[in-house]
Design a protein around this ligand. Structure first.
Ligand SMILES: [Zn+2]
Length: 489
C-alpha cells in the first residue's frame, strides 16, 4: 500500500469513529452546515503527509525568485480567507501540464505550465484564489471523505504493485487522488470565493474571468507526466464566465472606486525565461524514444505503446493494458556483480529466478533474467528485468505481467533493453529546453510568423495565441508585449 493510501485508510478508520460524534460540521467558507468525515486536524495531517510526496514525485521548479513572488501573492490571499490559520504552503511544481491543485489543510500547487499560460498578476491571483477556495470551502476534504466512505477500495485496486517497493508506483495511480474532479457547484463557488479574496487584497477580480477564458481554450490533451490538464479536473460549465462577470461587476462596485491591480507587465517580466514543455533534465520523449542528456543514454519503448515520463521512472503500457515496462535508476546498487545487484534489488519481493544471466547491451555490461512469483494484489506474476551498468550507475528495465500475457511482455522488455545505448556529448548537447521569451508585437506580426520566426518553431501558432490570452483567430495587437516560445540557447 502506498503511504498515501495508508494515510487514507487510517483516516477512514479514525473518521469512522469521529463521524458518529461529528456527523455534521459548519463549512468555514460558506457558513453552511454539512456532512463531513474529516476534521481540520485530519485535513492538515493529510496535507502534511502528501506534500513531501508531491514535491518528490513532480519535482519543484528551482527558481527561488519566482517561487517567492508566487508565495507572496498567495500568502496575502490566504490571509484574506476564513481560514488564515491553516499551515498554508504554496509550490510551483515542475510539470508542463496546465493545472493547479490543492490538498486539504492548505497545500496549493501550480504547475509551471499554468504560469506560462497566465497573462497578469490579477490572473495569477485568480488561479491562486480559486485553489485556495477549494481548500477553505473544504471541497477536496469533502471529496476525500466521499472517496474514503465510498470507492476507496476501487482506488486502492487501481494502485499498481503497491507492495513492490523497488518498482515505485505508476504516477497516475499515486497522484490520482490529487486530481479528483470537482462538481459544477464546487467550481462556481471556488470562482466566487477566489474573486472575492483577490478583490479584498487589491487585485482586479476580472483576472479570474480572463484566466478561465484562457484555460477554457486549451485542448483537453493527453496527461503530461501524470498531471492532467485543468479542464479535466475543473469542469467548465458553459455559462461559467458569463455568470462570473456579474459577480465581478458586483465586487468592483463594492470596492468603491479603489484602484484594483492587473499588473500585466510586472507578471510577464517575472515569467520571462520560464521553461516551457518537457524539462530535459528529466529526459525527453521523442516519439517512443527516451533520451536523457544528463545520464547520457537513449532507449526505445515498443512502437504504439503509451509512454509516460515522471521524475521517478519512465513507464510504458500497450494500448488496452496487459502489462507494463519500466525504466528506473536503481537507487542503491548494492553488490559487486550485476547479478548481486539484481538479487539485492528484488530481495524483499520473494520472486524466484527462473532463467537468465550476464550479457552485454550495445557494449554495456548487463544482467537479464526472468522471475516468477506472487505479489500482493497482483497474484501470479512474471517479471522480466535487466540491470544495465552505464557511467557508474545501474539502470533497471523491467516488465511485469500475468503469466498469461508474459510472452508479449518478455519480448517487449528484450527489445527495449537492446535499444539502450550511450548518448554522445554532441547528441546530449543538442537536447535543449524551450523557454518563454518576451517580444513586442510589430505591425503585421501574425501568430504564424511569431511561431516560425528565428529561434522559434517549437509551438504551433494556435498555442501562441492561447498562451497570450487571445482567441485563436484574433491577430496580435501591434505594440502588445507578448510571450513567444523559443529553444533555450
Ligand atoms: Zn476548481
Amino acid at each position: 500500500m502506498t503511504r498515501r493510501a495508508a494515510a487514507l485508510r487510517r483516516l477512514a478508520l479514525a473518521s469512522g469513529i469521529a463521524a458518529i460524534a461529528v456527523a455534521c460540521a459548519t463549512n468555514p467558507a460558506t457558513g453552511k452546515r454539512e456532512f463531513s468525515l474529516m476534521s481540520e486536524s485530519q485535513e492538515v495531517a493529510l496535507g502534511k503527509e502528501s506534500d513531501p510526496q508531491i514535491r518528490q514525485e513532480m519535482g519543484v521548479v528551482d527558481d527561488p525568485q519566482l517561487q517567492g513572488y508566487v508565495d507572496g501573492i498567495a500568502r496575502r490571499l490566504a490571509s484574506a480567507t476564513e481560514r488564515p490559520q491553516l499551515p498554508w504552503t504554496f509550490a510551483i511544481v515542475d510539470a508542463p501540464a496546465v493545472n493547479a491543485f490543492a490538498v486539504p489543510g492548505g497545500f496549493v500547487y501550480l504547475t509551471r505550465g499554468i504560469l506560462a499560460h497566465l497573462n497578469s498578476e490579477a490572473e495569477l491571483a485568480g488561479v491562486l484564489g480559486h485553489e485556495i477556495a477549494h481548500v477553505t470551502a473544504r471541497h477536496s476534504a469533502a471529496q476525500y471523505s466521499k472517496q474514503t466512505a465510498g470507492s476507496l477500495g476501487l482506488l486502492l485496486g487501481q494502485i499498481f504493485v503497491p507492495e513492490l517497493r523497488p518498482f515505485g508506483q505508476a504516477a497516475e495511480a499515486s497522484l490520482g487522488l490529487l486530481f479528483l474532479k470537482f462538481g459544477r457547484d464546487d467550481e462556481l463557488q471556488a470562482d466566487d470565493l477566489g474573486a472575492a479574496y483577490a478583490t479584498t487584497e487589491g487585485w482586479d477580480p476580472r483576472g479570474v474571468a480572463s484566466m478561465l477564458e484562457t484555460l477554457g481554450r486549451l485542448d483537453d490533451g493527453p496527461d503530461r507526466k501524470g498531471v492532467p490538464n485543468w479542464l479535466s479536473t475543473h469542469p467548465m460549465p458553459a455559462d461559467r464566465v458569463a455568470r462570473l462577470e456579474e459577480r465581478v461587476t458586483a465586487l468592483r462596485t463594492q470596492s468603491g472606486g479603489r484602484e484594483l491591480a492587473v499588473n500585466r507587465a510586472a507578471y510577464l517580466d517575472r515569467i520571462a525565461g520560464l521553461m516551457f514543455g518537457d524539462n530535459p533534465r528529466e529526459g525527453v520523449l521523442r516519439g517512443n524514444a527516451f533520451l536523457h542528456p544528463d545520464l547520457r543514454f537513449r532507449m526505445e519503448f515498443p512502437q504504439g505503446w503509451q509512454v509516460q515520463n515522471t521524475p521517478q521512472q519512465v513507464v510504458a503500457q500497450p494500448q488496452g493494458g496487459g502489462g507494463y515496462v519500466f525504466l528506473q535508476l536503481v537507487q542503491q546498487a548494492r553488490g559487486r556483480s550485476l547479478e548481486e545487484v539484481a538479487a539485492a534489488d528484488l530481495g524483499q519481493t520473494g520472486l524466484q529466478f527462473i532463467d537468465g544471466g550476464d550479457t552485454r547491451v550495445n557494449g554495456l555490461p548487463a544482467f537479464i533474467g526472468t522471475f516468477r512469483g506472487q505479489l500482493p494484489d497482483q497474484g501470479d506474476v512474471v517479471l522480466r528485468a535487466a540491470w544495465i551498468a552505464h557511467e557508474q550507475k545501474v539502470f533497471r528495465v523491467a516488465g511485469l505481467a500475468s503469466p498469461r500475457s508474459a510472452q508479449g511482455v518478455v519480448r517487449a522488455v528484450d527489445a527495449t533493453v537492446q535499444s539502450f545505448q550511450p548518448l554522445s556529448r554532441g547528441e546530449a548537447d543538442r537536447i535543449r529546453p524551450n523557454v518563454i521569451r518576451l517580444h513586442t508585437a510589430q505591425a503585421g506580426d501574425t501568430w504564424e510568423r511569431l511561431a516560425t520566426g528565428p529561434g522559434a518553431g517549437v509551438v504551433p501558432a494556435r498555442t501562441l495565441a492561447v498562451l497570450n490570452g487571445y482567441a485563436p483567430q484574433e491577430p496580435p495587437r501591434a505594440g502588445d508585449r507578448m510571450k513567444i516560445v523559443v529553444e533555450a540557447r
